[in-house]
Design a binder for this molecule. Structure first.
Ligand SMILES: Nc1ncnc2c1ncn2[C@@H]1O[C@H](COP(=O)(O)OP(=O)(O)OP(=O)(O)O)[C@@H](O)[C@H]1O
Ligand SMILES: O=P(O)(O)OC[C@H]1O[C@](O)(CO)[C@@H](O)[C@@H]1O
Ligand SMILES: [Mg+2]
Length: 532
């Protein structure tokens, strides 16, 4: 009997919240989403009735006239960004050395004072905020609705605006900044490294180093730090990969912080995904525990686009664009063959964003399969039966599958990589084989071509749109560190640039909402039916 590929449904009757993710689509039952999709809204327990919900660790009683105020206060607390003065209340700021009026920074020990210009108002006020959610849903049944209470009350949620502050908490001549890139590759890593270095130099920092091969570079014998300067990074963005190298796994947090202390690193820029950010936050906490005056700032790097709250992460646009070449090749192969079927596998461990957006962009995909949306392969409603229909009616078909889709059709290996991530089975190969088998069994000719461009896509250099995103994120990371923040990451939110406290963006992987307008648009474009 055919099993169904299923997006896990939270079985708990409790409502939890924290991100923009709908209640029914997340794989992680421990998620802490701040907004609940009321499509599936239900009271968490009979005791609470319909007017209350369990939100994270808190229970909200919606009959309380102050619930909204309390919610907003709690939100503000959660999205507060940790600052150096939290542990060093007496830390004195100095006027910023970041000055766009100067083409070359004064590097001579700032003997004549810091070159800040009080009249120039190019700085961000630390009280500036950006609105996180911009849609007022009037009903929980609206597509993609993210409501907090059953009436979908409008609740403003503000996050901190990123950018240079007028006052800074580090003297550039006392800074030793380090950059580390962890996890898998992603288009744009070099662009971010480059911007961090360039911006640090504009502040007047002279000691800038790269840690080689991810967190391992802090501990592994024979890996020495790489001195960085504008000269070194000038052209690195012209190629993909990471100038510094990447890795998974590595030393413990306490070993990393020991190494930072030994090397005198007091600004650490960490480029990576969920795992890397969990590490960065742990490093930040360890530094605080040791009362080190250090800024740890993340830049989210995930081609999968699986970090919460953000419009997108760098590398994602490039991946979608580069995927077009593979999809177009699959389309041409399929359309040039008698009963041709093209299959393209794209990255996306837990999230189908690349597959969904690449399918939408190409307009050449008949079936898009992602981890978040369940499907049958066999049977009257299955993908294979629909393929037969397409062959009979169109003469050819093209599929786009995310690597994390259909994992339940494959035997679990229980294997994990060096960071502890589950090693996925190859669903692309599986569906290719099943398709061939199926058409053979039904006695219909089919010419199946399979393309796996995943690593070719990941190794590309950033496209123009990602180049800009990387530039802004890299610069803002440096502004955040100089402003005295630590344990933060940078992001784009409703087209504006913001700082988030790290835990809020990594509490679970961001996933495609099957009830979102974007997934509905994808279905409209492909014309595929439900496969369950
Ligand atoms: N919970 C954690 N605490 C501390 N360090 C962690 C944690 N999870 C992962 N790391 C470390 O972060 C680094 C990168 O993790 P991982 O391999 O999961 O990649 P990632 O940052 O999630 O990026 P990608 O999107 O490419 O998977 C590894 O060196 C790993 O040891
Ligand atoms: O082969 P690696 O380096 O483990 O990376 C594969 C994983 O990395 C990602 O690209 C995320 O960076 C996932 O989509 C994919 O599962
Ligand atoms: Mg990860």
């Amino acid at each position: 009997m055919d099993s169904v590929s299923h997006a896990a449904v939270i079985s708990s009757s409790k409502l939890s919240y924290g991100g923009r993710v709908s209640f029914n689509k997340d794989k992680n039952p421990l998620l802490r989403s701040s907004v609940v999709s009321l499509r599936n809204w239900r009271a968490p327990s009979r005791n609470l009735g319909v007017l209350a919900a369990q939100i994270g660790n808190k229970e909200i009683d919606f009959s309380d006239p102050d619930w909204k105020t309390n919610y907003q206060r709690d939100f503000e607390r959660r999205f507060n960004i940790p600052h150096i003065t939290d542990i060093f209340p007496d830390a004195d700021p100095i006027p910023s050395t970041f000055c766009l009026k100067m083409r070359t920074p004064v590097m001579e020990d700032f003997a004549g004072g810091y070159p800040s210009d009080e009249e120039w108002h190019g700085y961000i006020n630390k009280n500036d905020r950006v609105l996180l959610k911009v849609i007022h849903y009037s009903s929980p049944t609206s597509a993609g609705a993210e409501c907090i209470d059953p009436n979908c009350t409008w609740v403003e949620q503000w996050v901190h605006r990123a950018g240079p502050r007028e006052k800074i908490y580090f003297k550039p001549e006392e800074v030793k900044a380090a950059i580390v890139t962890c996890g898998g590759l992603c288009p744009g890593l070099n662009d971010v490294i480059r911007q961090i270095v360039i911006t640090l130099e504009i502040y007047g920092v002279k000691k800038i180093v790269g840690i080689p091969f991810g967190y391992r570079g802090f501990s592994d014998e024979g890996l020495s730090e790489m001195p960085l300067s504008r000269k070194v990074v000038q052209n690195v963005h012209l190629s993909g990969g990471s100038l510094l190298g990447v890795s998974r796994g590595g030393p413990s947090v306490s070993d990393i912080v020991d190494s930072m202390e030994e090397r005198g690193i007091n600004m650490l820029f960490v480029l990576g995904g969920n795992g890397t950010h969990a590490g960065a936050n742990a490093i930040h906490n360890e530094c605080r525990g040791r009362r080190m005056r250090v800024a740890v700032v993340g830049v989210p790097k995930t081609i999968d686009n699986d970090i919460l709250m953000m419009d997108k992460t760098f590398g994602f646009d490039t991946a979608v664009e580069e995927a077009q070449r593979a999809i177009n090749s699959a389309y041409i192969e399929a359309h040039s063959a008698y009963h041709g079927i093209g299959i393209v596998k794209l990255m996306g461990r837990d999230s189908g964003f690349i597959a969904m957006h690449a399918s939408l962009a190409s307009g050449q995909i008949d079936i898009c399969l992602i981890p978040e949306v369940p499907f049958h392969l066999h049977g009257p409603l299955g993908v294979l039966r629909h393929l037969k229909f397409l062959i009979e009616t169109k003469g050819s078909a093209v599929l786009c599958v995310a690597e994390g889709a259909g994992q339940n059709f494959l035997g679990r290996t229980n294997a994990t990589d060096a960071s502890g991530n589950t090693v996925l089975g190859d669903f692309g190969v599986h569906i290719q084989q099943e398709t061939k088998k199926y058409f053979k069994e039904i006695g219909v000719h089919a010419d199946v071509k399979y393309i796996d461009p995943t690593y070719m896509i990941r190794a590309c250099r950033a496209n123009a749109s990602d180049g800009i995103l990387c530039t802004v994120l890299g610069q803002n990371a440096v502004h955040g560190a100089f402003a005295g923040y630590s344990g933060i990451t940078v992001g784009i939110c409703n087209t504006h640039y913001v700082y988030f406290p790290i835990p809020e963006v990594i509490s679970y992987p961001r996933a495609v909402d099957p009830n979102s307008r974007m997934w509905h648009r994808c279905l409209t474009s492909t014309g595929q039916p439900d496969f369950v």
